[in-house]
Design a binder for this molecule. Structure first.
Ligand code: ARG
Ligand code: ZN
Length: 310
């Protein structure tokens, strides 16, 4: 008996640990049982966006002054892609593909607390501002909302002659994730956001590979920390996602080819330069990277509790 007591005393911490582990294992089982009827909205990240439509005096629905329907449809496409929605172009059943659990909402409240459609139309020909090139700082001169409360997207009145040549641009989040230096990290007072030439925003009949609204999906990937699968054009150090086959060259078009490891590259990945028509996958590692950014980058993290959502 006294031997048994001594044994228990000597091993008390291990016994408690074993008991605790059994308890944890059991509660996990309970969770599995509970998830038979899961709440699909439970673990979603909702992020507010504002679309600044920059035009040159065209009536609404003409040229760069995009129709409200086209803008709303673009946000719907973005969500189809990020949520891997069945029955849409954004669906895949690839073993490495996933639902990002990230959803975008056109802002409902503006920075002054007033109701908004999340669309701001601005005639830039009425402004006299310095030309700062094809950059966030340039377009923010016309219209910009606090980037810790809204994801700013500018559709720009680019000339139709350079359609399909100049696509989107996005700033990136500064975190301790490897490869961050390959993103366009803004300087302290720079504007943050995504630029998309109006012809590539939403669906259109434009005659090129970027006409189904995937430029925004790609740029939003950058905005949440994703790199191109080829990143620094290096087989060893590329996008830091093990489930996107390594590749050390740009990926265009719609025909897969053999990558670094002798396996086929992932032609349909949103982070390629592939054709909009065949893009349909974010991988689980890409999703983890975006979640890391949303959990650790102060500005991106603040978006989930933005007043713009209400
Ligand atoms: N070239 C742009 C970038 O690196 C966007 C490419 C988007 N591709 C597309 N098929 N829409 O950010
Ligand atoms: Zn890119």
């Amino acid at each position: 008996m006294s031997y048994l007591l001594t044994f228990i005393e000597n091993h008390l911490s291990k016994i408690i640990l074993a008991f605790a582990l059994v308890t944890i294992a059991c509660s996990e089982e309970e969770d599995d049982l509970k998830s038979v009827d899961p709440d699909p909205d439970e673990a979603l990240y909702y992020l507010p966006v504002v679309v600044h439509v920059l035009h040159q005096g065209e009536p609404v629905g003409e040229g760069p002054n995009l129709s409200t329907e086209r803008i709303q449809r673009q946000i719907e496409i973005l969500n189809e892609d990020f949520r891997r929605k069945e029955g849409t172009r954004g669906f895949n059943n690839h073993p490495d593909g996933g639902d990002t659990k990230i959803e975008f909402v056109l802002a409902k409240q503006d920075p002054n607390g007033q109701p908004t459609s999340g669309i701001v139309r601005t005639n830039i020909s009425l402004f006299d501002v310095p030309v700062l090139g094809y950059s966030q700082n340039n377009y923010a001169q016309y219209s910009y909302w606090n980037s810790t409360q809204y994801i700013n997207i500018w559709t720009t009145p680019l000339d139709e002659s350079i359609s399909c040549l100049v696509l989107g641009l996005s700033t990136g989040p500064e975190t301790d994730l490897p490869g961050t230096h390959l993103l366009a990290i803004p300087e302290p007072n720079d504007a943050e956001g995504i630029i998309i030439p109006w012809m590539h925003f939403g669906e259109s009949t434009i005659d090129c590979h970027a006409r189904f609204g995937r430029t925004l999906t790609h740029e939003m990937g950058h905005y949440l920390g994703l790199l191109h699968p080829w990143a620094g054009l290096d087989c060893e150090f590329n996008d830091y996602c093990d489930d996107t086959p390594a590749v050390d060259d740009f990926v265009w078009g719609r025909t897969p080819f053999v990558g670094c490891a002798g396996d086929m590259i992932m032609i349909g990945n949103y982070m390629n330069y592939s054709d909009d028509e065949i893009m349909n996958i974010f991988t689980n590692d890409q999703i983890s990277r975006m979640h890391y950014v949303l959990d650790h980058h102060a500005g991106r993290h603040a978006l989930v509790s933005s007043p713009g959502l209400k």
